[in-house]
Write a protein that binds this ligand. Structure first.
Ligand SMILES: Nc1ncnc2c1ncn2[C@@H]1O[C@H](COP(=O)(O)OP(=O)(O)OP(=O)(O)O)[C@@H](O)[C@H]1O
Ligand SMILES: [Mg+2]
Length: 298
């Protein structure tokens, strides 16, 4: 049996008392989906806190970044751990190089330069009233979403309407992205395309709870299987093909339609995205087979 590490964190690991995140059930669903197909492929899945000592990785051949969902709080330590694992000969998926590229959302600008259609964005070192007014004018919209260039789980994200712009003394306090609010989030929803080794595995449609616009399960968002049209599959595959490094083991491309119906990239999630195994029952088998190939090519 080859040991495969599935990185978790103190708030996604089971058995740590009452301190689990509200979406830790997604960790349990992933493990339940991977265990049997991994074992059938001769792989033993071991769940490890990414902050565990390096000695706990002694017999691990490859790690998936899994549910290391607190890495943003300790980004330097996380990257150092990935570097240290790679130095010891552990294959890290996705690699430290990919994580560095994907950790700041300015990668979206690079994708755009490669021809990808992304959600229109203004990039600012920080945001105050003047930047908000400029963005309303620039996009010709009445609602803006302001989010961090480094962030996840909609942390610190705000929606601001033209009739309720904060006062002159308001500042956002982080390097930021400003986007027009795209109403399709509540109708056609956010589409997620899950790729394993560059091949589309499955897709799903995520909708916010009524009264909210964030699709994350923590805010009551729900998801259902989506059968992608060939245009949608092509648009998402083109994003994976445009990534400026070798094919990642897994990728989740999140897309949203513009008001004119164009499919736009919202994020290319390459670090520790939830891969929605319930909407893609073949996910475990596909990952096991891709990992086995990677290991035999070492
Ligand atoms: N421009 C937008 N128009 C409409 N809704 C948006 C827009 N930007 C973000 N959202 C909503 O807010 C959610 C969080 O935004 P985004 O995915 O960009 O941030 P995040 O912090 O990286 O979150 P996560 O890591 O959980 O994906 C989206 O999933 C979507 O529901
Ligand atoms: Mg997102």
């Amino acid at each position: 049996m080859t040991t495969i590490g599935f990185l978790a964190c103190e708030t996604t690991l089971p058995g740590k008392g009452g301190g689990r995140r509200g979406d830790a059930f997604e960790h349990d669903l992933m493990i339940a989906a991977l265990n049997a197909p991994f074992r059938a492929a001769g792989l033993e899945l071991r769940v490890i806190d990414w902050e565990a000592a390096l000695s706990e990785f002694e017999d691990v051949s490859l790690v998936m970044l899994g549910t290391a969902w607190n890495y943003q709080d300790k980004a330097e330590a996380f990257l150092s751990k990935l570097d240290a694992l790679e130095d010891r000969g552990v294959t890290v998926c996705n690699s430290a190089q990919i994580v560095r590229w994907n950790a700041t959302k300015t990668y979206l600008r690079e994708l755009e330069e490669c021809g990808a259609a992304t959600v229109p964005t203004l990039w600012q070192r920080d945001v105050g009233q003047a930047e908000l007014l400029e963005a309303f004018h620039h996009f010709g919209c009445d609602k803006l979403v302001v989010k961090r260039q480094v962030g996840a789980g909609a942390l610190d994200q705000v929606m601001i309407t033209r009739d309720a712009v904060p006062g002159e003394d308001w500042t956002y306090g982080h390097p930021a992205m400003l986007q027009p609010f795209l109403p399709a989030i509540a109708t056609s929803g956010e589409l997620s395309f899950i790729f394993v080794e560059g091949e589309l595995s499955h897709a799903l449609r995520k909708l916010p709870a009524s009264g909210d616009y964030r699709i994350q399960s923590l805010y009551g968002g729900t998801e259902c299987v989506h059968q992608p049209s060939s245009d949608e599959a092509e648009a998402a595959s083109a994003i994976v093909a445009a990534l400026p490094f070798d094919t990642p083991l897994y990728a989740r491309i999140d897309m949203l339609r513009s008001e004119s119906g164009q499919l736009l990239v919202m994020e290319a999630e390459l670090i520790e995205p939830y891969l929605y195994p319930q909407q893609g029952p073949q996910l475990g088998r596909r990952l096991a087979s891709a990992i086995s190939k990677r290991i035999s090519a070492l």
